[in-house]
Ligand binder design. Structure first.
Ligand code: DX5
Ligand code: ZN
Length: 212
């Protein structure tokens, strides 16, 4: 399992947190971008994200919690992210947005909120690289993992197997060294406050990796 570290909820400012993540063996930096519309918090402008991440070394796993994600793709492509994930609930143009991300040579992720039926992903699963299952309500770090996400993970794995599909499954929200044991079949786990609220980033990442 790969670990993607979210710097949204952290002891230090974003600049220092990103530097500390870069010093670990985390697999990705998880970049949570919120527009104050799709979720109530707002935390970015394109200029700010460029400033923070233009010299990144680790692969970027961008998680867009915004309406009309298509309008950000071109500007974000300058950061050469590994994957851009957007929410199935955030646009009517899901296929168009998938195509736009692909056109820039970037992998595509589709995220789904807790209360959206997992079967709504069906028409898109053969077109995308990653499904990001939310295990909290999107919008802020430090929330409690919702146990019902485990059933959703199992269901999605069954769908992937039965349809011979190859997308990766990522989960986001409330993952710590206890929860990780319950979702050990994930391909990618996002973890934020469990790591970034403390000083021992690498020890915490080691702990996550040794539990699976
Ligand atoms: C929630 C974000 C998550 C979150 C993860 O809206 O998408 O990435 O910051 O942080 P923790 O691990 O603290 O839930
Ligand atoms: Zn996220």
């Amino acid at each position: 399992m790969k670990i993607s570290v979210s710097y949204l909820s952290s002891k230090y400012d974003e600049e220092k947190t990103i530097k500390l993540i870069e010093q670990t063996n985390a697999d990705y930096i998880h970049v949570d971008l919120m527009d104050g519309g799709f979720v109530s918090n707002k935390n970015f402008t394109i200029e700010k994200v460029h400033h923070l991440l233009i010299n990144h070394k680790k692969p970027l796993d961008i998680h867009l919690m915004v309406f009309d994600p298509i309008i950000y793709v071109h500007d974000l492509s300058i950061l050469k992210p590994e994957v851009i994930t957007f929410h199935i609930e955030s646009t009517k143009d899901v296929v168009k947005t998938i195509e736009e991300i692909k056109k820039h040579g970037i992998k595509v992720g589709l995220s789904i909120k807790m209360d959206t039926d997992i079967y709504e992903l069906m028409p898109y699963l053969s077109l995308i690289d990653v499904v990001l299952i939310m295990s909290v309500n999107p919008g802020r770090g430090g929330q409690t993992f919702m146990m019902s996400s485990i059933k959703r993970l199992n269901e999605l794995q069954k769908i992937r197997e039965e349809n011979h599909l190859s997308f990766l499954i990522e989960m986001d929200g409330g993952i710590n060294d206890e929860i990780i044991k319950l979702v050990s079949s994930l391909d990618i786990a996002v973890s934020g406050s469990y790591i970034c609220k403390y000083d021992d980033y690498q020890a915490r990442i080691d702990k996550l990796k040794e539990e699976v």
